[in-house]
Structures are given as C-alpha cells and as structure tokens.
Ligand binder design. Structure first.
Ligand code: FE2
Ligand code: FE2
Length: 273
C-alpha cells in the first residue's frame, strides 16, 4: 500500500532554528521525557504490522493504520528526535535508540494483542489516552515556543487517533457482543502494560547512555526517572484522562459522573510509575 494522504502537519513546519535554548536546555527532566518519548514513537513500526495483521479482512481499518496512523506516529518520533538532537547535541540519539530498539522489539509481539478485535480496539484507546495526556502535559509544562508548537501538534494527532480507534471499537462491540466487564479487564491490562514496558524501557536506555558509570544502579535510575515522572504527574490532565479511559465502558451517565472525581485523583498514577 502506498502512502498518499497528506499529514496534518509536517516536520518542515517546525523551525528548529527558532528554539529558545535558554528555556529548555538546562531541564534534565524534560530531556528524559522527550528523549524516551522519541524512542517509543520511533519504534511504532515494530508493532504496526502485528496490529495490521490482527485486522485481516477489515480493509478500511488496515488502510488507515498503514497509511495514516503509522506515518503520524513515526513522524512524532522523527520530530521529537530532531528536537532532542538540536537541544542536546552531545547525546548520541542513534546509539540510544538502537539499544532501545533491540530490547523493545523483543517485547512487541503479536501475543500481546487482545485476542478479540473489539477488545484490542478498547486497548488501543488506552494507549492513545496515555499519549494524548502525555503531550498535553508536556505542552503545559514548557514555555519553549517550538516545543509548545510541536507538543500541540502531537497531542491533536493522538486525540484524533483515539477517536478513530473508538469509532471502530463501537462497530466491533456491536458485532462481537462482549460485556462491560471484559472491556474493563482489557483496559486495565493495557494500562498495566503501558506502565510496565514502553516508558520504562525507553527511560532506562536514555539513562544508560547518559550515565554509563551508573549502569545497573537501580537506585540512581529510580531517582532520575521518578523526578522526571513527578514533573509529568503534576501536569497530567486528570479529568480528560479519566473521561477517555472510561468512555469505552459506556457507563450510565450517573455512574460515570460519580466515578469521575475519585478516579481523577488516582489518574495521575495511571500511566506513570
Ligand atoms: Fe504518537
Ligand atoms: Fe497515536
């Protein structure tokens, strides 16, 4: 399948020369968050094929995955990598990514997908909720204008991805007829997985390259990653995150409203360690 559809924004629209280094370069937490995100996004093609194969016969979804979604995720990776390279040129992004890729590739297997297509779509909504919340938080944290623009673009893409997966989820829910409890379990499983794997592996590889003398030092790794995740946690849009996570459950309005507040309190921990 060839790629023909235009992307909503492109790398050329980012003027990396305009980066205000004084507003970002000193911030090690942001370096860790941006660099680990650039690894995960750049590794998108590791699992895209699994996902496309999972929806064999559903040509509409397969075309969207291969011609829109994958390109947009990879562009997120390219744009973030370009930003990181410009602001922190001393960091060897290629070596870090290569090490990440080797480990991440081994955990991205088809067995990880939900066997039911509809439940996998609910799980995809979880992943897009995580990224939409992440980039919205990064957008709020930074006052560096180029990063502000970039995180805004990426956040909008992630919200659009969520909506697209959700639309297809609704069709499959009707078709497969699974109940709310199964959806709830699938959501929970994916939340745990995102937390355990993606960001943790990426952060470790950024850490290993930055602090080779602390290689294998779990305490030091936790100190650095907890600090970066703490910054993120303070800015996670809790209400939006909970609303997006609960939506596939299609709860009665009154129940949804009563869950919204208590869950918003724990939402900040959902995708973080
Ligand atoms: Fe993305
Ligand atoms: Fe996405």
């Amino acid at each position: 399948m060839s790629y023909t559809a235009p992307l909503p924004w492109t790398l050329d629209s980012l003027d990396l020369d305009r980066i205000d280094l004084s507003r970002i370069r000193h911030n090690e937490d942001m370096f860790f968050l941006l660099c680990s995100s650039s690894f995960v996004e750049s590794g998108s093609d590791l699992y895209t094929q699994n996902l496309i194969d999972h929806f064999a016969g559903d040509q509409e979804l397969q075309i969207w995955l291969s011609q829109h979604w994958e390109h947009e995720e990879l562009q997120h990776g390219r744009a973030l990598a370009a930003y990181v390279r410009t602001v922190w040129p001393e960091f060897d992004w290629d070596s870090g990514f290569k090490a990440f890729w080797n480990e991440y590739g081994a955990v991205c297997t088809a067995e990880q997908l939900e066997p039911s297509r509809g439940l996998e779509l609910a799980a995809r909504c979880v992943v897009e909720t995580g990224t939409a919340s992440l980039y919205r938080a990064l957008n709020e944290i930074t006052d560096e204008p180029v990063l502000k623009q970039l995180t805004h673009h990426i956040k909008s893409d992630e919200v659009r991805h969520y909506k697209h997966f959700y639309q297809h989820y609704q069709v499959y829910r009707e078709r497969e007829g699974f109940g709310r409890y199964k959806v709830f379990r699938a959501i929970l499983r994916r939340v745990r997985e995102v937390k355990r794997e993606d960001s943790d592996i990426a952060l470790r590889h950024v850490f290993n390259l930055c602090y080779p003398h602390h290689l294998g030092n779990e305490t030091e790794f936790r100190r650095i990653s907890d600090r970066a995740q703490g910054l993120l946690r303070r800015h996670i849009p809790a209400e939006m995150t909970v609303k997006m996570l609960l939506k596939p459950l299609d709860l009665p309005a009154r129940l949804q409203n009563s869950l919204q507040k208590p869950l918003a309190r724990i939402a900040k921990k959902l995708f973080l360690h």
